[in-house]
Design a protein around this ligand. Structure first.
Ligand SMILES: [Fe+2]
Ligand SMILES: [Fe+2]
Length: 151
């Protein structure tokens, strides 16, 4: 019975989706700006409009996501973050899912594209911020305080 309960909880977490809210703020302004921008780009998808416009928005979202992942990894490298390799593995998974969606998009209906974007941003990315990004926050803040110019 116990196993069933654990599995059930896990399955619930996998399907959970949420909009951006202050609860995903890290307190690192440039990171929060990029996170929020990704939710906004995802929200601008309604599965309507013509295929060309949707493909353009999708490419824009993928570009912006890749910029964020790259900036975040550069920040973690700069502070000598011990969890960098694992964090990069998580990002690699996200990049692969994005690439897969870009590959599939031409064969998908606009509704299906919108729903895949929701899974990625409001599902995976949302959980990533709360469970994985959140782990580096204290260390980045400590690093910045220790290297801040003193008056
Ligand atoms: Fe991350
Ligand atoms: Fe992030």
């Amino acid at each position: 019975m116990r196993v069933v309960t654990i599995f059930h909880t896990g399955a619930e977490l996998e399907t959970e989706k949420a909009e951006w809210s202050p609860s995903v703020e890290t307190g690192l302004p440039e990171i929060d700006r990029q996170h929020r921008q990704l939710f906004e780009l995802a929200a601008s998808f309604r599965g309507e409009g013509d295929q060309i416009r949707v493909m353009k928005t999708l490419a824009q979202l993928a570009d912006y996501a890749n910029t964020h992942l790259r900036d975040e990894e550069a920040m973690l490298r700069e502070i000598g973050y011990a969890g960098l390799a694992e964090h990069q593995r998580q990002h690699a998974q996200f990049r692969a899912m994005l690439r897969q969606l870009l590959d599939d998009a031409r064969k998908l209906s606009l509704d299906d594209i919108a729903s895949r974007i929701k899974d990625l941003i409001n599902g995976w990315f949302y959980r990533h911020i709360l469970t994985v990004d959140i782990e580096y926050v204290a260390q980045v803040k400590a690093y910045r305080e220790s290297t801040a110019p003193r008056h």
